[in-house]
Design a protein around this ligand. Structure first.
Ligand code: PEP
Length: 262
């Protein structure tokens, strides 16, 4: 990117709308949803759309979404290929059912299931090794924000999550900034708060991997994104897409987000 045109990087980063269904939707609802998205989306040229479905539906959703540009993601994975890890799913298994991406370190995994920071680095490494695109989720709790520690927490999550990634692989990585206090609460980060966090993340990536990597990296915002705030958030410098939970569960809620400026 030239020094004279700071928005050039932004223009080349394709907007990315990611739907995290969490532990929601029954099988028929999941398949209906993917059929609706497939029918409605065009060729995916001007924006990227992906669905992070519950693991038990991934194979079926893959079959239905085949032939469409919709990406299919898992909500978590283990870093080993196989072994005595009851309840876990490996990158190898995900690849085998047509999954092409995965969320790593979602705040619900970190805070409700006590997944450790250092696990995320191993998971990102395993995803990259198995040709699965990882989205590393980072973000501070309200206590951490109030204590003035938001940036420190995000930096630690970036450091541990990207510990084993190399600059040349970073074009396959996405970062999602998801302040924990905004997830599922109806409270959204203000444009200033989002802009500040995204700027800090891009600067951190630039220091660690170089300016070119930082310029190409897509950083999503997640936390109570809805049809009526998506445009404002997407207008923030450094916000390249959104990760949507609650509002991704009904076509009427997610379609206007996907088509936010149309
Ligand atoms: C999420 O699950 O990543 C999320 C951002 O949820 P919500 O949109 O419901 O806040």
């Amino acid at each position: 990117m030239s020094q004279e045109d700071p928005s050039a990087g932004r223009r080349k980063r394709k907007p990315y709308i990611a739907a995290n269904w969490k532990m929601n939707l029954d099988r028929n609802q999941a398949l209906d949803m993917i059929k609706t998205l497939k029918a409605r989306l065009g060729d995916g040229d001007d924006r990227e759309v992906a669905v992070f479905a519950p693991a038990v539906y991934l194979a079926d959703v893959a079959a239905v979404s085949q032939g469409s540009p919709i990406g299919l993601g898992a909500q978590n994975m283990h870093w080993e290929e196989n072994g005595a890890f009851t309840g876990e799913i490996s990158a190898l298994m995900l690849r085998g059912v047509g999954v092409d991406r995965v969320l790593i370190g979602h705040s619900e995994r970190r805070h409700l299931f006590f997944e450790k920071d250092e696990w995320m680095g191993r998971k990102i490494r395993a995803a990259l090794d198995h040709d699965i695109l990882p989205t590393l989720c980072v973000g501070e709790t309200i206590e951490e924000r109030k204590a003035g520690k938001a940036q420190e927490v995000i930096a630690r999550q970036l450091k541990t999550g990207l510990e084993w990634a190399q600059a040349i692989e970073m074009s396959r990585v996405t970062i999602a900034y998801e302040p924990v206090w905004a997830i599922g609460t109806g409270e959204t980060a203000t444009p200033d708060q989002a802009g500040e966090a995204h700027g800090m993340i891009r600067d951190w990536i630039s220091d660690r991997f170089g300016a070119e990597v930082a310029d190409d990296l897509r950083i999503l915002y997640g936390g109570s994104v809805k049809a009526d705030n998506v445009k404002e958030l997407m207008a923030v410098e450094g916000v390249d897409g959104v990760l949507v939970g609650g509002a991704s569960l009904q076509p009427d809620a997610i379609l206007p987000i996907i088509e936010f400026d149309k």
